[in-house]
Design a protein around this ligand. Structure first.
Ligand code: ZN
Length: 316
C-alpha cells in the first residue's frame, strides 16, 4: 500500500514539474481568464474540466471601481485567452497592457456583436479616490486612456450585457468560437456543451418571461443601473438612484420619488457594496421594499430568476 502511494506521489510530482516548463500553448498551461463570475459560469459549461478559469474581479467587488493588483497581471499573462466583458473601463487599460507585454495571450471581447445600450449613468466614481488628488470626479475625459489610475468607463456604453439572456447567447457564442479555434481537437465537445448551455439560457429566458407576464408595475428602482439589458429584454423600465456614478442630489431624489409614486413602483434593488443611505430614503418615501441582489454572482441563471421572482411577487 505504501509503495503504491509513493508511486502516485512520484508521478504527480513529475507531472507538476513537466507542466511548468511550457507556456502559452494549449499543450502546456491551460488557463483562461475572465473578468467577472457570470463569465466563468458560461465558460465552465463550455470547456468542462479542460481548462483552469481565473476570475479577475473577486466576488463582492464592483467591476467599475476595481483596480487590479500588479500580481493580477502576472496571472493574466499565463493565460491562453483573456475574455473581456467588453466595455468596462479598466478592461481596456489592462488588455492594452497585456497585448503589449504578452502578445501570446489572445484577447476576446465577449460583447462583440451585441447591440449595446447607451449608459449615461456609467461614469463611475463611487468609493474611489485618487492618490494624487488629481481627479475631481467628472472632468477626466482628457486623461490618457492607458493611464491605469483612471479606469472608469467613459465610452457612454452600458457594459452590463450579461443581465440579458438574449445577449448572453451571443456572449457565450463568442467564447465557444474562441475555444474551438484554440483547441480544435475538442471543438466537437465544446460545441455540444454550448448547445446544452444554450438550451439552459433559453429555458431561463422563458421562465423569466412567464414570471413577468402579469407584473403589477413595469418599472423598478435600482441603486446602480446593472439591469438595463434585463429591462430591455422584458419590456421593463429601470430607474437608477445613482446618477452618473455618483450619489444623487436632494433634487434628484425628489424627482425619483415623484416618478416612483406616479408609476406605483414597489421594488428597489441594491447591490452589495453600494451606498444604502439614499436607497433607504427613497424606499421610506414611497413605501417600497428593498431587495439586495448580486448581478455578479456565479449562479447567473438563479440570480436572474430570483430578480424576476421578486418583481413578480404579490404586493399588498
Ligand atoms: Zn455596474
Amino acid at each position: 500500500m505504501q509503495k503504491y502511494l509513493y508511486i502516485i506521489l512520484l508521478s504527480a510530482l513529475t507531472l507538476a514539474c513537466g507542466s511548468g516548463t511550457k507556456k502559452n500553448n494549449v499543450e502546456g498551461t491551460r488557463i483562461l481568464t475572465v473578468t467577472i463570475e457570470p463569465q466563468r459560469y458560461f465558460l465552465d459549461q463550455i470547456v468542462g474540466d479542460a481548462f483552469t478559469i481565473n476570475t479577475l474581479v473577486p466576488p463582492g467587488t464592483s467591476p467599475e471601481t476595481y483596480e487590479p493588483a500588479p500580481s493580477v497581471m502576472v496571472d493574466m499573462a499565463k493565460s491562453n485567452v483573456y475574455f473581456m466583458v467588453g466595455d468596462l473601463g479598466f478592461e481596456n487599460v489592462w488588455s492594452k497592457r497585456l497585448a503589449k507585454n504578452n502578445p501570446d495571450v489572445t484577447i476576446i471581447n465577449c460583447s462583440e456583436g451585441i447591440v449595446r445600450m447607451e449608459g449615461h449613468d456609467h461614469d463611475h466614481d463611487h468609493d474611489h479616490s485618487h492618490a494624487d488628488g488629481s481627479c475631481d470626479g467628472h472632468d477626466h475625459h482628457d486623461l490618457q486612456a492607458d493611464d491605469p489610475a483612471h479606469v472608469h468607463s467613459h465610452s457612454g456604453i452600458d457594459p452590463h450585457v450579461w443581465s440579458s439572456p438574449r445577449a448572453v447567447k451571443i456572449f457565450s457564442r463568442n467564447m465557444l468560437e474562441t475555444m474551438m479555434e484554440l483547441d480544435p481537437d475538442n471543438a466537437g465537445t465544446y460545441r455540444a456543451n454550448y448547445d446544452i448551455l444554450l438550451a439552459k439560457i433559453e429555458k431561463t429566458d422563458s421562465l423569466i418571461r412567464d414570471l413577468l407576464k402579469d407584473v403589477s408595475s413595469k418599472s423598478f428602482i435600482i441603486y446602480h443601473p446593472a439591469l438595463g439589458y434585463f429591462a430591455r429584454d422584458y419590456g421593463l423600465n429601470q430607474i437608477s438612484i445613482e446618477f452618473e456614478g455618483k450619489s444623487p442630489s436632494p433634487s434628484q431624489i425628489k424627482e425619483i420619488v415623484d416618478v416612483a409614486r406616479k408609476e406605483k413602483i414597489n421594488t428597489i434593488f441594491i447591490e452589495r457594496s453600494f451606498d444604502t443611505k439614499n436607497t433607504t430614503v427613497v424606499a421610506q418615501e414611497i413605501g417600497a421594499q428593498v431587495f439586495e441582489i448580486d448581478p455578479l454572482r456565479y449562479e447567473w441563471d438563479e440570480e436572474l430568476l430570483r430578480i424576476a421572482t421578486i418583481l413578480a411577487r404579490e404586493v399588498k
